[in-house]
Design a protein around this ligand. Structure first.
Ligand code: ADP
Ligand code: MG
Length: 615
């Protein structure tokens, strides 16, 4: 006989390799057990890079007769029948973790049920059990692991330095703490307190503490049965990698590239290349919408309707970003500034009253010439500007949108209510370096990059025109035909009505070819094939209208950049005020489409400190 059934010892070691490949996985399993047991206090102590671990909780505990079962494979209190897998409300369900861990360590399980008289301890030495005995102990459970992998020298060799393993463990613990903000966590390493995260009902507070990043903002919303909650950073408060995007699906920390992409999608055009936001995202949905049983460490899930999940995340987060909550702390609200607004109506009296004497911006013309003389800097004449300069007016005409008088309260303007009036309520002091609008609010000096600001406005106008189907279209007398992958063609064909709204009329000609009857005038004929292929790929990957918007947003960003006022262009006071009013028409006006900030702000309190007026 060649084929043999493996001994339970070998089976356990194989399974342990999957479930507890590294100490961090082990810690995750133990803490998940504590949370499943309803603990409100979890304490983790580490040593030797996680080869010694103690996890203590105040959960419901395990009765003495169940102790041995807890350590046996496929023994769980969390599910009973296969169907339960689709209605999970616990982290654990396989009944494997403790069995696997006990096969590769020296383990003590000490537990006292709530209300029980005594705690009991069950010891396991690499899988062989010693009869439970009563011991002293609090209500709840303590799992104590020593000499992890000592019986598997081969596996020990795969462990990284103690420090690297500890970092992994801390990462896992951060995730657990973000998943359960209401639970108290204490983390000790080599006897020293590393983290204390007190339980809180406030997700922002928890995230700021655990992720060590502030300020952060909160949003929530629901779409197609997907409930989204997120704590997020402003697009100008970013980090250099995507490791601060934390995703939880039904409370479970997952590594889901699709949802991480959705988060980035929400920040589209707000970040520069290589910038990533800080985001904790909690996605909730009916349990049968996700399969959590597709990965040994349960760190990945599969959605029944991935595109819907993706969309819900983008929409909720994007809407929150469009409200630009960080602005409310920086620029004043219209309501607050009512009196200020009143003064603003008569600029002359204002400049006398408020303009600090050291800033001589009263006479715009004079200031500008003086400035040029002083700095030896002259504006470029139009002929020196290489790119064709289209004015905002031209741009609007091209997009066939009506131009609103700045003070007009149009229905569209209602969308921008969150930030409405903030920019125009600033008092313009002048233009600096022919590049920046210098303005002030009640409590700060604000510098606005005129190019970035105008670019943002033009971009939003273009996007709006596109969305309203008001974009200029070129019709082809003879349809252009292209070859594409059948999969991409199929994806494109599902989006035909949406494509048409965008001016793109596409028809399937054969299994691998499509004909284009019309396209947005902005697309070069030679670029259409590339755009279609890109579009097809994006729709296959991410589904639906997002792909389209992404392509269009990129186009609009490029267009907008080449069509607006440049740095080095003199602006009159009226033009500057007009530009600020324009900015109020759109949400998100604090970043240009390429992600550069539109404004920089100096609080007077900082100036006062710098001048030694306050200490
Ligand atoms: P699973 O979590 O998949 O059920 P485990 O091997 O992690 O499998 O745990 C086995 C069982 O032991 C659990 O179903 C639970 O009943 C019990 N258990 C484990 N840890 C704890 C704990 N900290 N508090 C209470 N019960 C626990
Ligand atoms: Mg478990």
């Amino acid at each position: 006989m060649e084929i043999q059934t493996l001994s339970p010892e070998v089976v356990n070691q194989i399974a342990a390799g999957e479930v507890v490949e590294r100490p961090a996985h082990l810690v995750k399993e133990l803490v998940e057990n504590s949370l499943d047991a309803g603990a409100t206090e979890v304490e983790v102590e580490l040593d030797e890079g996680g080869r010694q671990v103690r996890v203590r909780d105040n959960g419901k505990g395990i009765s003495p007769e169940d102790l041995a079962l807890a350590l046996s494979r496929h023994a769980t209190s969390k599910i009973h029948v296969a169907d339960d897998l689709w209605h999970l409300n616990t982290y654990g369900f396989r009944g494997e973790a403790l069995a696997s861990i006990s096969a590769v360590s020296d383990l003590s399980l000490i537990s006292r049920r709530q209300g029980a008289e005594s705690a009991y301890e069950l010891k396991s030495h690499y899988g062989s059990l010693i009869e439970p005995i009563p011991v002293g102990g609090e209500e709840g459970t303590l799992v104590w692991i020593r000499d992890l992998f000592a019986n598997l020298p081969a596996r020990l060799k795969f462990l990284k330095s103690d420090q690297a393993e500890t970092t992994q463990i801390r990462n896992v613990l951060k995730a657990m703490a973000l998943a359960s903000p209401e639970v108290n966590f204490r983390v000790r390493c080599k006897g020293k307190l590393l983290h204390y995260w007190p339980g809180t009902g406030d997700p922002i507070e928890r995230c700021q503490l655990v992720l060590d990043h502030e300020p952060l903002y909160f949003c929530e919303g629901e779409e197609n049965g997907f409930k989204v909650k997120a704590v997020f950073s402003a697009p100008h408060q970013v980090v250099g990698n995507n490791r601060q995007i934390w995703i939880f699906v039904r409370g479970r920390w997952v590594n889901d590239r699709g949802l991480a992409t959705a988060v980035m999608e929400a920040y589209r055009n707000l970040l520069m290349h290589g910038e990533y936001p800080v985001v904790a995202l909690w996605l909730d949905c009916p349990p049968d919408e996700v399969d959590v049983n597709i990965h040994p460490t349960k760190s990945q899930v599969k959605f029944r309707q991935q595109p819907q999940a993706f969309r819900a995340v983008v929409h909720v987060l994007r809407a929150a970003l469009e409200k630009a909550p960080w602005l409310s702390g920086i620029l004043q609200d219209q309501t607050v500034s009512a009196s200020h607004q009143h003064v603003l109506d008569s600029d002359r009296s204002l400049s006398v009253e408020i303009t600090p004497p050291t800033l001589k911006f009263e006479d715009q013309e004079l200031t500008r010439t003086q400035y040029q003389q002083k700095s030896g800097w002259a504006p470029r004449s139009p002929s020196q500007v290489k790119e064709p300069t289209i004015s905002l007016e031209d741009l609007r005409r091209a997009a066939q949108v009506s131009v609103h008088a700045p003070d007009d309260s149009t229905p569209e303007a209602g969308e921008a209510l969150a930030t409405k009036g903030k920019w125009s309520s600033l008092q313009v002091l002048g233009q600096a370096h022919l590049t920046y609008i210098v303005a002030q609010s009640d409590d700060s000096l604000v510098f606005v990059d005129q190019h970035a600001a105008h670019e943002r406005v033009a971009f939003e106008d273009l996007m709006a025109a596109w969305k309203d189907g008001k974009i200029e279209v070129q019709n082809f007398l003879l349809p252009l035909t292209f070859n594409l992958d059948p999969e991409q063609i199929e994806a494109l064909m599902e989006q035909v009505p949406y494509l048409e709204k965008m001016g793109l009329a596409v028809e399937q000609m054969g299994p691998e070819s499509v004909a284009v009857r019309s396209a947005p005038a902005l697309l070069k004929e030679s670029g259409i094939a590339k755009a279609l292929k890109w579009l097809g790929e994006e729709i296959v990957d991410k589904g639906g209208s997002f792909a389209l918007e992404k392509v269009i947003a990129d186009l609009c960003a490029t267009m907008a950049c080449h069509s607006v006022v440049r740095a080095g262009q003199a602006l009159s006071l009226e033009e500057m005020k007009g530009l600020l009013r324009e900015m109020d028409r759109h949400p998100l006006s604090s970043f240009c489409p390429h992600g550069r900030p539109v404004f920089v702000e100096y609080p007077f309190s900082k100036l006062e400190r710098d001048f030694g007026r306050i200490v």
